[in-house]
Design a protein around this ligand. Structure first.
Ligand SMILES: NC(=O)c1ccc[n+]([C@@H]2O[C@H](COP(=O)([O-])OP(=O)(O)OC[C@H]3O[C@@H](n4cnc5c(N)ncnc54)[C@H](O)[C@@H]3O)[C@@H](O)[C@H]2O)c1
Length: 381
């Protein structure tokens, strides 16, 4: 029987509370303590019967704590993670795991030195809309995918609180962008990104990007477009995937809002033109007769939202590998760094330097300890 893991949270805000609920529903782990710089949050934790630490150091020095969950604004993640690992704690850090790839390399070095588990919370890997699209892409049900559009829009037009401040790692690229890039890299697992183009804009929040577009070209010539906006009063589909035999659209995060259509096997598009409606003089863009199109059933997965915390506990107990790996985390952060650079320089950036050591998996196939001798900042990206 495994020992129950004692966990503590730094940053008892929205996500701190989220993890409290998740841990309560996970076997083999118990939340015992909290540290937050806001006394109101500390009072709330006291009411919940949790130990409230005066300082983060007090928490790290408590030998009873096995696991630290870092749920503070983004700029404090790296320093807290390094300090916790140095005291022999396992660490789960909210996303974005750090402010940039260089910071992440420093944390990974600390994790290597400590021998403790270290991961980040890429929970949107288990979103059912994403899993459904991934299944369709892999099944080739609409043929080979050529383009995927992944879009998230809100209506409020604000990046609130620390999210509005660049020094805290605010903005939407560092927020939703991290999730959507992680999803893109998983969707195209085994393929490399060959170019990155991004446009970050401040529409209603002055100092950070409250809207961005990011295009990743993969080595199989797939184009993956990510768009995030905080202010859109008309909906766009959450997902749009073009295949060479059909098209998938999902309106929202609920995969039941999907519609997937494929041209029938023996139909040639040119033979099945229906009518031109308001199109004007064009045969190329005329619609197909409906009887030549088949509607496909979307593969919908079970709810796996408990999977992240279950795996975290199993990994700490040495029973499984962590789902969210260092190589994957570093890959995401390199793409984030490149997206910022691309937007600043208004140019497409090629990514060959990302993979020049043989790719991420080779990098972490036991080799990371050797690379520690090189300063992280010298790694060309
Ligand atoms: N995985 C996800 O789906 C998801 C969703 C939302 C937020 N997040 C991430 O979670 C983290 C926290 O976001 P949030 O929405 O919970 O923010 P929040 O503002 O609701 O909570 C942050 C908490 O940290 C405390 N805090 C601030 N600076 C601190 C410091 N230096 N030391 C200790 N405590 C400090 C604040 O008082 C607050 O209670 C961010 O990294 C964010 O990107 C992840």
């Amino acid at each position: 029987m495994d020992k129950v893991i004692n966990a503590a949270i730094i940053g008892y805000g929205y996500m701190g509370r989220f993890h409290q609920r998740k841990l309560a529903g996970t076997k083999g782990v118990i939340l015992t303590g909290v540290f937050d710089t806001d006394p109101n949050r500390s009072d709330e934790a006291t009411v919940e019967g949790l130990t409230v630490y005066e300082t983060a150091e007090d928490l790290f020095n408590d030998p009873a704590i096995d696991l630290v969950l870092i749920c503070t604004p983004n700029d404090s993640h790296a320093a807290y993670a390094i300090a916790a690992l140095a005291k022999g704690k396992h660490v789960m850090c909210e996303k974005p795991v750090t402010m940039n790839a260089k910071e992440l390399e420093d944390v990974i070095c600390a994790a290597v030195a400590s021998g403790r588990k270290f991961t980040t919370h890429q929970n949107r890997r288990w979103d059912r809309d994403f899993l459904a699209v991934k299944k369709v892409a892999e099944s080739r049900n609409i043929g080979s995918p050529t383009t995927i559009e992944s879009k998230v829009f809100g209506q409020r037009g604000v990046c609130f609180g620390w999210r509005a401040l660049p020094e805290h790692g605010g903005g939407m690229l560092m927020d939703w962008g991290v999730h959507l890039i992680d999803q893109a890299l998983l969707m195209l697992e085994g393929h490399r990104v060959i170019s990155v183009r991004a446009r970050l804009m401040s529409i209603l929040t002055p100092a950070v990007d409250d809207y961005f577009e990011l295009s990743l070209r993969f080595d199989n010539q797939m184009e993956y477009h990510i768009t995030v906006g905080t202010f859109a009063l008309q909906p766009q589909p959450r997902w749009f995937m073009h295949g060479d035999r059909g098209t998938l659209k999902i309106d929202t995060f609920d995969p039941h809002t999907a519609s997937m259509k494929r041209i029938k096997q023996d139909v040639r598009g040119f033979d099945s033109v229906f009518e031109k409606e308001h199109l004007g003089p064009s045969r190329t863009m005329a619609p197909l007769k409906p009887e030549f199109i088949e509607e496909l059933v979307m593969p919908i997965t079970e709810d796996l939202s408990h999977e992240y915390h279950r795996n975290l506990v199993a990994a700490i107990n040495g029973q499984e590998e962590l789902h969210v790996r260092w190589d994957q985390m570093l890959h995401v952060m390199h793409i984030i760094d490149l997206a910022k650079e691309s937007s600043k320089k208004n140019t497409v950036l090629l990514t060959q330097n990302l993979y020049k050591d043989g790719g991420y998996e080779k990098l972490f196939g036991g080799l990371y300890g050797i690379r520690r001798s090189k300063p992280a900042s010298k790694r060309a990206v």
